[in-house]
Design a binder for this molecule. Structure first.
Ligand code: FES
Length: 140
């Protein structure tokens, strides 16, 4: 016989799985739309800039004239990725050096602390970004 505890997980788990891929939309039940997050002149090439859209904390960066947006919290343990660094079109977390592709969100390198190898929990949530009318817009 199934306990009440198990029933609760059957309801919660699918929501968590969906939210991992698109936290801003699914957690708040908001339709995707482009939201202005910054003036384009405020985002220097190679800078990791904190912004917020629909209550979701994001980072925006520009690489070779193209804008990218992603969740600001590292999927490993939640460190602020704006304090990390760019390597090409990837962001490297400053805390345990996990590396995430900003175009796909894929994990390119798992975290490591001294000699201890760890696993990133999830891929990075990434969002379409564009420049229009002198502003940076993120679809969220
Ligand atoms: S918190 Fe980012 S790699 Fe550990």
């Amino acid at each position: 016989m199934e306990g009440e505890e198990h029933k609760a997980w059957r309801v919660i788990l699918p929501r968590l799985v969906v939210a991992r891929h698109d936290p801003g939309r699914t957690e708040k039940g908001i339709a995707m739309e482009f939201v202005k997050v910054a003036s384009a002149s405020d985002i220097a090439d190679g800078a990791l800039v904190p912004v917020e859209a629909k209550g979701v904390k994001l980072l925006v960066t520009k690489v070779g004239g193209t804008f990218y947006a992603a969740q600001r919290k590292c999927p490993h343990l939640g460190f602020n990725l704006c304090r990390g660094k760019l390597e090409g079109r990837s962001v490297v977390c400053a805390l345990h050096k996990a590396k995430f592709d900003l175009t796909t969100g894929k994990i390119e390198r798992d975290p490591k602390f001294l000699f201890i190898d760890m696993k990133a929990r999830n891929e990075l949530a990434v969002y379409p970004a564009k420049e229009e009318d002198g502003a940076v817009w993120v679809e969220i």
